[in-house]
Design a binder for this molecule. Sequence first.
Ligand code: DAH
Length: 341
Amino acid sequence: MENLSLILDEARKKLEEINSASELGNFYQNYLGKNGKITELLKMMKDIPNEEKKSFGMQVNNIKQEIQLLISNKEKELAKKQIDEKIEKTQLVDLTIPQRTKKGSLHPITIIQNKIIDIFLSMGFTVEDGNEIETEYNNFEAVNVPKNHPARDMQDTFYLDSGQVLKTHTSAAQNRIMKKYGAPLKAIFPGRCFRNEELDASHENTFFQIEGMMIDKDVSVANLIYFMKEMLTNVFGKQINVRLRPGFFPFVEPGFELDISCPYCDGKGCRVCKHSGWIELCPCGMIHPNVLRMGGIDPEKYQGFAFGLGFSRLAMMTYDITEIRLLNSGNIKALSQVRIK
Ligand code: DAH
């Protein structure tokens, strides 16, 4: 029995000195291998008197387990040591290697959207979200485009089996937002829109708009002009003049096409403005009383203006992108030429 504890002490000491897997392999053989010390002890069992067999067996087994545990701990220790040494030898980060990964950039659409959002936030507008899948009611009826109205033709879209549609314009959120906040109200809502379009360099089935609404007592076209001028002057970083021409949209009365003085030639005439000095930019108007009423707002008490700015086009103009399809293409080469200016 005394021998047994000596064996264990000796094993502990030996293990402490072991520094490699091969040494540990030898140690294993010496103790637990075929002719190892512990194996030999177990073989001795048959010569032990019966009354001592049980306690002897138990002790040998305890020692065996203890040595197995010590070996497995040593194994872990050696593995960790090996990894540490490897890390020390390998220089994981070589600060002298020139940077090969390219710096990313925001998408031109995101850049321009953020810019416009910032401007309107600074003028006290809230920023709302719209659904991309909308009810037919919100997309059409609620903005004064009943079934069979010819205006639906210009906004043919993708109909889902559920009867819902992919929204054709950000105006689709007008009703929801009026019902949510009531009057007075100052909000913009950017979003992705979809239409069944013949695709060409300036028409896509997926494009981006920012809708804006201001509803209050005594709101007039003067307010509309003021906010649009402010926004555009900020976007282009220079004084921009605007003019309104009559335009028809069922959800506004009167409705306008807002043109801006060409920011590239300051109205003198150039390739971009087709030598007219003006660029057609944004449809807008005074919200139709029917639309206010459907939104739960009394048109006798409140008026408002609304606009629907297509900012895919604005992004193209700002960043000199001549092909609208590039915007949704994921073509990194083309898109990464645009950087925040
Ligand atoms: N929703 C219209 C479109 O996509 C654009 C529009 C016109 C929005 C006039 C407005 C507006 O808010 O007042 O064609």
